[in-house]
Design a protein around this ligand. Structure first.
Ligand SMILES: [Zn+2]
Length: 300
């Protein structure tokens, strides 16, 4: 069994939203057991917006949650860091429309969470364990979840672009592998799409400081890539942010083929729609072992 976790002290940060281009600030505070990850929007009363697939209202180019008309956009990179570090209970108050994009990855979020310290709480976490294979398919994507004694993600992308065609990666997700292999991978886009995105009110805050941009001659970022397969790693990061919205960490192997936020959320809704494919458990020797690594890293 692994205890639920929160953070040791509050975190404050601010920055520009990737899509809105607006300045936002975020205050993350510790929360009691069984809270989950709960957002509030500053100045909108005390309306809680739980990080849950049932509160997702938009999935085009970012994941947006809403409750009683109050929306928070682009939550996935922050949620990936929270899920990747196995943090279960937090209050997150956002002033502005969107979580700041920072450097386009989850590294800064992860660093701040580790710096705040990860605190064990006196209740064990429940896992959602895949017990039977399940397949989700739409016109473009396929997602398969298989029983597996751990948390493994495989991802395949193919953009049919000279500089970004096929990439695939399978990775055993632990706190350590998340921090070193997945969290640093930045969001990306194609220069040819930027104008259309901006006309549609998206990517207004995007720049080479917070995204990898692929132009006609290759990658525009002067610093280059952080990994040769940074793109597929970022897709894994995005999927981890969305998976957190299932409400419980998953034990299983999930295989994504050309998926995005829409497919991710539809897949999770299908998975959770009946107990045919999963069971709720508290025993997980895999995670027990890994929390030792996290305590070492968090230096608390
Ligand atoms: Zn992303």
């Amino acid at each position: 069994m692994r205890p639920q976790r929160t953070i040791g002290k509050e975190i404050f940060f601010e920055g520009k939203g990737l899509h809105s281009g607006c300045h936002s600030s975020v205050l993350i505070t510790p929360a009691p057991v069984n809270t989950g990850i709960v957002f509030y929007k500053a100045g909108s009363g005390a309306i809680p917006i739980k990080a849950s697939i049932y509160n997702v209202v938009e999935t085009a180019f970012a994941t947006t949650i809403e409750s009683q008309g109050i929306k928070i956009k682009t939550i996935e990179h922050l949620l990936a860091a929270i899920g990747g570090l196995g943090i279960d209970n937090l209050f997150i108050t956002v002033e502005g429309p969107e979580i700041p994009i920072l450097d386009g990855s989850s590294t800064i979020f992860s660093g701040m969470l580790l710096e705040a310290g990860i605190i064990k709480q006196n209740r064990s976490i429940e896992y959602l364990k895949i017990k039977r294979p399940i397949v989700y398919e739409d016109y473009n994507s396929r997602i398969i979840a298989l029983p597996y004694n751990g948390y493994c993600i495989s991802y395949y992308i193919n953009f049919n672009n000279k500089f970004l065609s096929q990439q695939e990666l399978t990775i055993e997700i632990t706190e350590k592998s998340f921090i070193t292999e997945i969290a640093p991978a930045r969001t990306f886009g194609f220069l040819k799409d930027v104008e259309t995105l901006r006309k549609n009110g998206l990517a207004k805050g995007g720049s080479l400081d917070n995204a990898i941009v692929i132009g006609d001659e290759g990658i525009l970022n002067p610093e280059g890539l952080r990994f040769s397969d940074e793109f597929v790693r970022h897709k894994i990061l995005d999927s981890m942010g969305d998976i957190l919205l299932a409400g419980r960490p998953i034990i299983g192997h999930i295989i994504f083929e050309k998926a995005g936020h829409t497919a991710n959320i539809n897949f999770l809704r299908k998975l959770l729609s009946s107990t045919e494919h999963f069971t709720i458990i508290t025993d997980s020797p895999v995670y027990e072992a890994d929390s030792t690594v996290l305590n070492l890293i968090s230096v608390k």
